[in-house]
Design a protein around this ligand. Structure first.
Ligand code: ZN
Length: 270
């Protein structure tokens, strides 16, 4: 089996230690599984048998677009697929998306908790519009967040307004469609034209609920992800096998859906 992890985090070497410490401090008892660097992510991927990983950087401030883009370009490889990020209070979204595409970058990350605007706020719409036009996928943090109080900035019901306004936008709702909000995903977004990832769900999303999501949302719409360093590769591979015993369906979840969505072929990139 091959594996593409659609959802990991890593930082420039000079920032990694501080970034990991900062997030770990507000993340309860979740112990980070890497030291936050790309080289340690690759070590974890080797241990877990993962071929390639998406790194989901987040622009938490307006001026960070270029720095994230440049760093993303510098770490891009056959095994590392960096996503760019644009703050919603930034501007020039179409130009920025053009720059992303020209850099051969395969997607964008949106994390509303760190970017201070709920997913269905109009401030995002020019960015969604540009991404939809360009066919650029957006990986959205979805559901609650361990580091924040129970805010609903990225709750499944809010995505209905996004898909309603941007029906062709390629949406990935992380964390089985909503971190600790699995029933809300089933109620509000299951069966709609979005993909979900499995990140940070092993041991949290009950297997029976994951099975229901699989049967109602379809294996072709589920992507393997870990949220490494906050989730482990091995435990998430096991999680997928537990809720999806069918091997053909596992192939879709572990790498084929990601190949199709990102426009890559793993064999050429190994
Ligand atoms: Zn994440």
């Amino acid at each position: 089996m091959k594996y593409i992890d659609i959802h990991t985090h890593a930082f420039p070497d000079t920032l990694a230690e501080r970034a990991i410490e900062g997030i770990a401090k507000v993340s309860g008892d979740i112990k980070p599984k890497t030291n936050g660097t790309v080289s340690d992510l690759i070590r974890a991927m080797d241990e877990g048998g993962v071929n390639a990983s998406v790194i989901a950087s987040i622009a938490t401030k307006v001026p960070q677009f270029d720095a994230i883009l440049n760093w993303s370009r510098s770490v891009m490889s056959g095994r590392i697929i960096p996503f760019a990020s644009i703050h919603p209070e930034d501007g020039g979204f179409a130009d920025k998306v053009d720059k992303i595409i020209a850099s051969n970058i395969r997607g964008l990350k949106v994390h509303t908790f760190y970017q201070s605007h709920a997913v269905d706020e109009k401030i995002w719409f020019p960015l969604y519009d540009a991404a939809q036009e360009a066919g650029l996928p957006i990986l959205f943090h979805s559901g609650f967040d361990v580091a924040f109080a129970a805010l609903d900035l990225a709750h499944p019901w809010r995505f209905r307004k996004v898909t309603g306004n941007f029906p062709k936008l390629k949406i990935i709702m992380a964390h089985m469609g909503g971190w600790l909000a699995y029933k809300d995903f089933l109620k509000d977004m299951c069966g709609k034209k979005v993909m979900i990832d499995t990140s940070c769900s092993a041991g949290l999303c009950p297997i029976e609920v994951a099975k229901e999501i699989l049967s109602r949302h379809g294996a072709e719409n589920i992507l393997f992800g870990t949220d490494c360093p906050w989730g482990g590769q091995k435990e998430h591979i096991r999680f997928v096998k537990d809720f999806c015993p069918d091997e053909k369906a596992q192939e879709l979840i572990f790498y084929k859906n990601a190949e199709r969505l990102l426009g890559i072929t793993l064999t050429e990139r190994e």
